[in-house]
Write a protein that binds this ligand. Structure first.
Ligand SMILES: [Fe+2]
Ligand SMILES: [Fe+2]
Length: 262
């Protein structure tokens, strides 16, 4: 087999438990898996909701190459300035024109060009621009400028149907499509017919004893009473969830997808 490139994508980091899990485990995980590029979804890194410069700097300090995000990225004070000043922090590309920041990052690593695209679904979320057409337009420009770029996509979405449809829409156009947002890792990793590695959701990097990262007792009260009780990030030991995509360097087709639980 020709030389391969490995991209490690990690799901939504939940507050300090998630940040601490990465501090303790990401270096060893990256070495063990031989990852060339590390992409982490940071939309919940600050106390479960949003992200600030502090978490960004800490993630980049751990060797994370690109931080993706999603619907919660706007929640902390300073989000606009942070997104406008830090090109390695992405927000979903299909927010309408005028939103701060960018949804696409291009970077040179080890003599290769990589690109990371962040999209957000609309089903069960917000009626932002169409992620399918947004991706098509951005990829056309990217391919004209960097035809050999290895492109990976974080699809931040609620709906499995929308995620799978985007996977097939991008099949053969990018090397990997990984979902985020639901915080529960799915077991449907596979290589789509045209060579794109796919997983519906990477899962979260957060406290194990929780409901999607939130204190269990709060989620139970919310469910039982249907009251909008304020969510709080759970505490305790956390697990890293993600996936490794091994990509043929010449064809840019994915040759292996491995779910990661660490
Ligand atoms: Fe999330
Ligand atoms: Fe989200």
């Amino acid at each position: 087999m020709a030389e391969t490139v490995k991209v490690l994508m990690i799901g939504d980091v939940i507050g300090e438990p998630g940040m601490k899990a990465l501090f303790a485990g990401l270096g060893e995980l990256r070495r063990r898996l031989g990852a060339d590029l590390v992409v982490v979804n940071g939309e919940n890194a600050n106390s479960g909701f949003g992200i600030t410069k502090d978490e960004c700097d800490r993630l980049f300090g751990l060797g994370v190459d690109v931080v993706t995000s999603g619907n919660h990225v706007w929640e902390k004070k300073g989000a606009t300035e942070l997104l406008d000043s830090e090109p390695r922090l992405l927000r979903p590309a299909n927010y309408p024109a005028g939103a701060p920041g960018s949804g696409l990052a291009r970077l040179e690593l080890g003599g290769r060009t990589f690109a990371v695209l962040n999209l957000q679904g609309r089903e069960g979320l917000y009626p932002i621009d169409c992620p399918f057409r947004c991706a098509e337009g951005l990829l056309a420009v990217l391919r004209a400028q960097s035809p050999d770029a290895i492109v990976v996509v974080d699809v931040h979405a609620e709906s499995n149907e929308e995620k799978e449809a985007l996977g097939f829409w991008l099949d053969g156009k990018v090397s990997a499509v990984a979902g985020t947002h639901t915080h529960v890792q799915t077991a449907d990793e596979r290589i789509l017919p045209q060579g794109t590695g796919y997983l519906t959701d990477l899962g979260m990097t957060g406290p194990s004893d929780s409901v999607i990262g939130v204190k269990t007792e709060i989620c139970l009260r919310r469910s039982l009473t249907q009251m909008p009780i304020k969510m709080e990030t759970a505490e305790g030991p956390a697990v890293i969830h993600g996936a490794l995509f091994e990509i043929d360097g010449a064809s840019r087709r994915c040759v292996r997808v491995e779910r990661v639980v660490a």
